[in-house]
Design a protein around this ligand. Structure first.
Ligand code: MN
Length: 245
């Protein structure tokens, strides 16, 4: 039984990787993790591999400090500290996506705030903080390569759902893998719509009430699974979907 729960989580990590690649949220870079379903001090993340190519055997258990629990010696993602630092800081978070989707990038380097304007993106939350690694760590290659940097990023995320990373990308945190994938897919779409609308003139953003209304949706809501199933089949991994629903 416990084995089934873990196996299912591993399989879902594969599906999540394939969806992000197929929906062009990630390319060779970017990653997605889920908190270990039986041990909150661990998370499941692929070894360093392009998300489109991730298979079940690539998924590794890490402790929150980013150390492979089984001693797996295959190279891990350099930026895995993003995941552990957020799981450590936010007990409510069950899944994390980090990506460099280009539509989001202008909002990480300009002073124009990225806020939800379309209903599918209400999940990204009312406020998207922008973290600048240079504020605390000076000139770096902009990658989050240790726990100090991960924790600084997690601090900037605070209680929000998405944190933008200056000149780099974004990190999204959610209550389930299905929810974080949905956020990661609609965040770049919202960014594209907002950038276009700003060119046209004055923009109407979602109100706080409209954002809160959508946020009341449960992470296991059938409509959440609907998108997950659709994206999984589109990504060619419908066979990995659980038969339990
Ligand atoms: Mn990155």
């Amino acid at each position: 039984m416990t084995h089934d729960v873990l196996e299912n989580a591993m399989r879902e990590v594969v599906i999540a990787n394939r969806i992000l690649a197929n929906e062009r949220v990630v390319d060779a870079y970017g990653h997605v993790s889920v908190r270990h379903p039986l041990d909150p001090t661990r998370y499941l993340l692929s070894r360093s591999r392009a998300p489109e190519l991730v298979e079940r055997g690539d998924v590794i258990e890490f402790d929150l400090e980013g150390k492979a629990v089984s001693g797996d010696a295959r190279p891990p993602y350099l930026e895995r500290f993003i995941h552990g630092a957020i799981y450590e800081t936010r007990p409510d978070v069950q899944a994390v996506v980090h990506a460099h989707a280009d539509a989001v990038l202008p909002f990480t380097v300009s002073t124009v705030p990225l806020r939800p304007v379309v209903h599918m993106a209400s999940f990204i939350g009312a406020r998207l903080p922008v973290w600048d690694i240079r504020d605390r760590f000076g000139d770096t290659n902009l990658l989050v390569v240790n726990m100090a940097q991960g924790r600084d990023l997690a601090g900037s995320l605070g209680a929000e759902r998405v944190v933008l990373m200056r000149g780099h990308g974004f990190t999204a945190a959610a209550r389930s893998l299905q929810e974080v994938i949905r956020m990661a897919v609609y965040l770049p779409l919202n960014a594209r719509v907002l950038a276009e609308a700003l060119r046209l003139g004055e923009v109407k953003y979602l109100s706080r009430g409209e954002i809160d209304a959508h946020a009341s949706m449960k992470p296991d809501d059938p409509s959440m699974y609907r998108a997950w199933e659709y994206w999984a089949v589109r990504a060619g991994c419908g066979d990995l979907l659980s038969a339990r629903r």
